[in-house]
Structure formats: C-alpha cells, structure tokens
Design a protein around this ligand. Structure first.
Ligand code: ATP
Ligand code: MG
Length: 185
C-alpha cells in the first residue's frame, strides 16, 4: 500500500495490494459504492490479471442481474439493476481495434443510466465520458511483498480523471474504498 489514507490529496491515485481473487472481488464491491449512473470505469492489465473478477465485484455491489463473465462473442452486456440503482454495462474491448468498432457498440446509449465498465478500454473509450475511473492491475509482486508473495498477488492502481474525480469527497471515498479492501482479510 502506497498512499497514506489520511493525507489530503488533489488527485485520485491510490495503489493497493490485492492478495487473492476474493479480495479483488471485494475491492470491486467496495468501489461500486462510489459509482453512480454516468460513471465510466476503464480496467487495464494483462490477460488474466483480474479485470473480470473486479467487474464481478462491482456487479455484486451494484446488485445487478446476471453473471458478469468474460465474454467470448458478446462484447458488451447490460446487467439490469435488481433495485433502484444504476444498471451495469460490462464491455470487453480486447477484440476491438479501432474507435469505429467501439462506436458500433453504442455504449453511449446506456451511459447515462448505467455504470459502464470496460476491460481493455484504455486509449479507446475514455472520451465517452467527461470523467474516468481508471483501474490498472499488475500481476507482479511489489518489492516489499517479495518475501511472502502469494502467486496470485496483484498490485492495483486506482486513478481518477476529470471533474468527477477531482472532488475532495470523491477522492477521499475512493481512497477509503481502495485501501479498505487491501486491509481486509
Ligand atoms: N489477487 C488476484 N486477483 C484477481 N484474480 C486472481 C488473483 N489471484 C488469482 N486470481 C485468478 O486470476 C484469474 C483472473 O481472471 P480474470 O478473468 O478476472 O482476468 P481478466 O483480467 O479479466 O482476464 P482477460 O484479460 O482474459 O479478460 C482468475 O482465475 C482468478 O481466480
Ligand atoms: Mg476479462
């Protein structure tokens, strides 16, 4: 864990260590508490890093219908809210090579009423929304964890761009959500 939780900050940039897939899901659940309709979340990290696992936690936290899975053919799927909260749009841009293909998904049709989470969306989808929550997952263990690094350990960096994530309350809440997940279990 890099950030000191009490340190006031003008930017959202928090790094946490996530030891297991269960913790990754928990992190997603915690982050979901910050998210509202119109939010765009971009997940990056290599194959098998844990992007879908994090998205599953977000879906669980939002309370949406259906299982959040790694799509084989379906590239974007709408998971309707089971309650009053926003829907979840979960998309995987891995197979998309261009902005034109992104536009074909019509992600902006649901953007206003949903939380939109895009795996492999870096450099392709950020301009769909004014603000972006960017989550980067790295599989390498950090140097300080090397001694007892579990094979599944991940380093997760949560960054916020745009006005939404420059609000001090949003930054503080995101830092609490991110670091809380790392401290649990
Ligand atoms: N600390 C961890 N965090 C997340 N997943 C972990 C962790 N340790 C082990 N795993 C395992 O790694 C795999 C992550 O798969 P997942 O589908 O979430 O990755 P992904 O980044 O979405 O992959 P893809 O690039 O194929 O979409 C799961 O099998 C999960 O159980
Ligand atoms: Mg995936």
């Amino acid at each position: 864990m890099v950030a000191a939780p009490d340190e006031p900050s003008a930017v959202l940039d928090v790094q946490v260590t996530v030891a297991t897939a269960v913790q990754m899901r928990d992190l997603g659940e915690r982050l979901s508490g910050l998210l509202r309709a119109g939010d765009l979340v971009v997940l990056s990290g290599s194959l098998g890093a844990g992007k879908t696992t994090l998205a599953q936690g977000i879906g669980a936290g939002l309370g949406v219908r259906g299982r959040v899975t790694s799509p084989t053919f379906v590239i974007a799927r709408v998971h309707r809210s089971l309650g009053d909260g926003p829907d979840l749009v979960h998309a995987d841009a891995y197979r998309l090579g261009s902005r034109a293909e992104v536009d074909d998904l019509d992600l902006d049709a649901d953007l206003a009423t949903a939380v939109t989470v895009v795996e492999w969306g870096t450099g392709l989808v950020e301009d769909l929304a004014d603000s972006v929550l960017a989550v980067t997952i790295e599989a390498e263990a950090g140097p300080t964890e090397a001694a007892d690094a579990a094979a599944g350990q991940r380093t997760v960096r949560v960054r916020g761009w745009g006005e939404r994530w420059q609000q001090p309350e949003a930054i503080a809440a995101a830092r609490r959500a991110a670091t809380g997940a790392a401290a649990s279990r």
